[in-house]
Design a protein around this ligand. Structure first.
Ligand code: CAA
Length: 258
C-alpha cells in the first residue's frame, strides 16, 4: 500500500515509518494521522512485525499539529471528532515496541507524538518543545502529562509556560531521550537498536513494555505485584524454556515467539 504522507519500509521484522510532509515540516494533519493509525494497526496484527520505528526528516521530526488545518475549528467539532484520541493515540495503544528517532524539530504535537513512543533516540540537531502557549493554546496530545512525568515539574513548567525549545543534550540530561547520536547516523542507529530488540521473544518484549508502562499507572506496590505476575506467567512460554536452556548450553537462543 502507498501513503501520501508517510513512507513505510519493511526491514525484515522491523517497520520503519517516516513522516513525510517536508514542505510543512511534517505538520501532523488528519491525513497523516489517519495513515499512521492504519499502518500501526497493520503492524499490530502482523505476527512478523516485532518493532516499529517512527521517524521524520533531518530538519523536522514534526513541527506539531497542522496549525493551518485546525485554526478555524470549533470546540464541538473537535469533541465530536474525538480529535487526538481516535488516531494519534494509536501510537500509545500499540502493544509492540515503538521507537521514536527524532532529528530536527519535535514541537507541540511532534514532541507529544515522540513521547507516546516507548523511547526516543535523538539526533544531535534535535530540538524539543511545547510552544503551544505562543499560539494561545496548551499541549493537547498529552504534553502537560507525559513531559512532566519524563522531565519533572520544574522543567516541564519552564518549557510549557515559556514555549522555549530544549536541545538534544539538555533532553538527554533531563531524561526525555535515551541516547543522542549524530544526525547522519540517526536512522541506522535506530534500525540497529530495533533489530536488537527484534531478536528477543516478541511476547516477552510486549509484556516488558506493559510492565514499564504500568509504573506510570499504579502505586509502587501494585506495579511490583503486576510485574511479578507477568514474570511468573512467562514461565508458561516456550521462549522462556529456550532462553534459559540456551544460556545453560552456552549457545544463542532461537526464539519462536511463543
Ligand atoms: N502547522 C502547519 N504548518 C507548519 C507548521 C505547523 N505546526 N510548522 C511549520 N509549518 C509550515 C510553515 O507554515 C511553512 O509553510 P510555508 O512555506 O507554506 O509558509 C513551512 O512549514 C516551513 O516553516 P517555517 O517557514 O516557519 O520554517 P522555519 O525554519 O522558519 O521555522 C519552526 C521552523 C520554528 C518549527 C516554525 O515553523 C514553527 O514555529 N512552527 C510551528 C510550531 C508550533 O507552534 N507547533 C505547535 C502546533 S499546535 C499543536 O501541536 C497542538 C497539540 O498539542 C496537538
Amino acid at each position: 500500500m502507498t501513503y501520501s504522507s508517510l513512507i513505510v519500509e519493511r526491514l525484515k521484522n522491523v517497520v520503519l515509518i517516516t513522516l513525510n510532509r517536508p514542505d510543512a515540516l511534517n505538520a501532523l494533519n488528519n491525513q497523516m494521522m489517519d495513515e499512521l493509525s492504519i499502518v500501526l494497526n497493520d503492524c499490530e496484527t502482523d505476527d512478523d512485525v516485532r518493532v516499529i520505528i517512527l521517524t521524520g526528516g533531518e530538519k523536522a521530526f514534526a513541527a506539531g499539529a497542522d496549525i493551518k488545518e485546525i485554526a478555524d475549528k470549533e470546540y464541538l467539532e473537535f469533541y465530536k471528532d474525538d480529535f487526538i484520541e481516535k488516531k494519534w493515540e494509536a501510537v500509545n495503544r500499540c502493544r509492540k515496541p515503538v521507537i521514536a528517532a527524532v532529528g530536527g524539530y519535535a514541537l507541540g504535537g511532534g514532541c507529544e507524538l515522540a513521547m507516546m513512543c516507548d523511547f526516543i533516540i535523538a539526533a544531535d540537531n534535535a530540538k524539543f518543545g511545547q510552544p503551544e502557549i505562543n499560539i494561545g493554546v496548551i499541549p493537547g496530545a498529552g504534553g502537560t502529562q507525559r513531559l512532566t512525568r519524563l522531565i519533572g515539574k520544574s522543567k516541564a513548567m519552564d518549557m510549557i509556560l515559556t514555549g522555549r525549545m530544549m536541545d538534544a543534550e539538555e533532553a538527554e540530561r533531563s531524561g526525555l531521550v535515551s541516547r543522542v547520536v549524530p544526525i547522519e547516523t540517526l536512522k541506522d542507529e535506530a534500525i540497529k537498536v530495533a533489530e536488537k530488540i527484534a531478536t528477543m521473544s516478541l511476547p516477552t518484549t510486549m509484556l516488558a513494555k506493559e510492565c514499564v508502562n504500568e509504573a506510570y499507572e499504579s502505586a509502587l506496590d501494585a506495579g511490583v505485584r503486576f510485574e511479578r505476575r507477568i514474570f511468573q506467567s512467562l514461565f508458561g512460554t516456550q521462549d522462556q524454556k529456550e532462553g534459559m536452556s540456551a544460556f545453560i548450553e552456552k549457545r544463542s537462543a532461537d526464539f519462536k515467539h511463543k
